[in-house]
Ligand binder design. Structure first.
Ligand SMILES: Cc1cc2nc3c(=O)[nH]c(=O)nc-3n(C[C@H](O)[C@H](O)[C@H](O)COP(=O)(O)O)c2cc1C
Length: 195
């Protein structure tokens, strides 16, 4: 055995999404995010296009999110669907947490790789982010509310026409007990063909 399978299995199963409202006030440091994102870049990508792009918001940078994310939510939401409580929740969220990464996809200019495969590669990168967070005792939270796909978000990020925002990845230490989860047993999701 090259690695400790029991430890890596524990790490994978312990990985948790925790909503930022449940983060403690303990700060996340730049060096931690550097490792989280460097490990993200070791994800596979078809043709090694490495389509992941990251915008890291830390310290005073969080104020930019506190201002622009609620604004984008408001502008990208129809008046009937808009909820003032959600607007205020978003404002408060970015003043409560210490780190967030906007995860984007930059299409390979050759266009040889299908978009779905580029999205898959970014998802693999996000899993590496999650796992590295877990090793630090931190939780992640991949959040993909509808407005992240809006023109307003795209413009604010200054993305190219073929590029996409795929989510906001929140990082923090969960308050209280480490949350548990569950999964369907393997037999529900697997067919074995053995002959
Ligand atoms: C692509 C993707 C987008 C997600 N977007 C959201 C979201 O917008 N809101 C949310 O509550 N959770 C979101 N999640 C997190 C899932 O709710 C979470 O992974 C799931 O409940 C399982 O919990 P666990 O990650 O702790 O195992 C997203 C997860 C993925 C993979």
């Amino acid at each position: 055995m090259k690695y400790n399978l029991s430890e890596i299995t524990d790490l994978i199963r312990d990985r948790r999404s925790v909503s930022p409202e449940r983060f403690s006030t303990r700060k996340v440091h730049r060096e931690q995010i550097e490792l989280v994102l460097t490990n993200a870049t070791w994800a596979p990508s078809h043709g090694l296009t490495q389509p992941w792009r990251f915008r890291v918001f830390l310290q005073e940078g969080m104020e930019q999110l506190a201002v622009h994310i609620p604004r984008i939510y408001k502008e990208a939401t129809s008046p009937e669907a808009f909820r003032q409580a959600k607007f205020e929740k978003l404002e408060a969220r970015f003043r409560h947490i210490s780190a967030a990464v906007i995860v984007c996809l930059e299409r390979d200019p050759s266009g040889k790789i299908a978009e779905i495969e580029e999205v898959e590669a970014v998802a693999c990168a996000v899993q590496n982010m999650y796992l590295t967070c877990t090793a630090y005792g931190m939780a992640g939270f991949w959040s993909s509310p509808g407005f992240i796909y809006s023109r307003q978000m795209h413009d604010w990020l200054g993305l190219g026409p073929a590029d996409k925002c795929l989510g906001i990845f929140y990082i923090g230490y969960p308050e209280g007990e480490w949350p548990r989860s569950h999964r369907k047993p393997l037999e529900y999701v697997t067919q074995w063909i053995t002959g």
